[in-house]
Design a binder for this molecule. Structure first.
Ligand code: PGA
Length: 257
């Protein structure tokens, strides 16, 4: 185990333990709605995966019934496989379009795809950061937690001040992605991810985690000293800008209740 510091003032974050996945999804949707009511043209980032599906369903429902306006929001994609973009079947960008951006009717010119197919990824990643900065930075980052503690594709070893960049995927993350790919050999070994530091600079961060499979990595993220081994453990650096929403199952291993 490698510590960055022995002791870190992580401030106080808000922890909501809710009854079930439906309530988690509704609370996460509330956080998006609250942000857009306060600042309709906010730049926000939202995750891919199983966890946010309920939040997307709820957000689309609110758009359809006229209680949520997403016409001015700017969406920055969190991550995608290196060399894959929206036109690839297993692309995370494509997934986000299918599950949220298209059904919610978010204007295409407000969608900022992570430049995972750029010929010069380093320069493109820097431009992506500058594009976000020009819009005032992230007002809200909704993120999930991987089984190995990754946040977006910030894998173990990612520094808390890291920015958008190319990263090597761990075998664990590749296996987690397997369901989206035709075969093991196809799963890319690298991705482009928004950095932990970029996420940590958001004015509000909402971490959503569901299910007992994640209970131990949630405990390590919230109760152990921040460590490079568990990228999620750095989120507490955001102090009172962090809101953690867990269902009962994901909160099951927490000792401090
Ligand atoms: P999941 O992925 O929601 O599919 O569990 C979370 C993540 O890896 O960030």
């Amino acid at each position: 185990m490698q510590w960055i510091c022995g002791r870190i003032d992580v401030g106080t974050y808000t922890l909501s333990v809710v009854e079930d996945y439906l309530e988690l999804s509704n609370q996460a949707a509330d956080a998006v709605q609250e942000t857009l009511e306060r600042r309709p043209d906010a730049a926000i980032t939202v995750p891919t995966g199983q966890t946010p599906l309920g939040m997307y369903r709820e957000l689309v429902r609110r758009v359809e019934n006229g209680t949520l306006d997403v016409s001015r929001v700017h969406i920055f994609c969190l991550d995608d496989y290196l060399g894959q973009g929206r036109d690839h079947e297993a692309s995370l960008t494509r997934w986000l379009y299918n599950e949220f951006l298209t059904p919610a009717g978010i204007p295409d010119e407000h969608i900022h795809q992570i430049p995972s197919t750029a010929s010069d990824p380093t320069a493109a990643a820097a431009r992506y950061e500058a594009e976000l900065e020009a819009l005032g930075g992230l007002e809200l980052a909704v993120v999930g937690l991987g089984p190995n503690g990754h946040v977006a594709f910030n894998e173990p070893g990612s520094a808390p001040d890291s920015r958008t960049r190319v990263i090597d995927l761990t075998e664990e993350s590749r296996q987690q992605s397997a369901a989206y790919w035709q075969g093991e050999a196809e799963i890319p070994h690298q991705a482009m991810t928004m950095g932990l530091g970029t996420i940590l600079s958001a004015r509000k961060i909402v971490l959503i985690v569901s299910g007992e499979d994640k209970a131990e990595i949630v405990r390590r993220s919230l109760e152990d000293e921040p460590t490079l081994d568990v990228p999620g453990s750095w989120l507490r650096q955001a102090g009172d800008r962090l809101h953690v929403i867990l269902d009962r199952a994901a909160a099951g291993a927490l000792t401090a209740r």
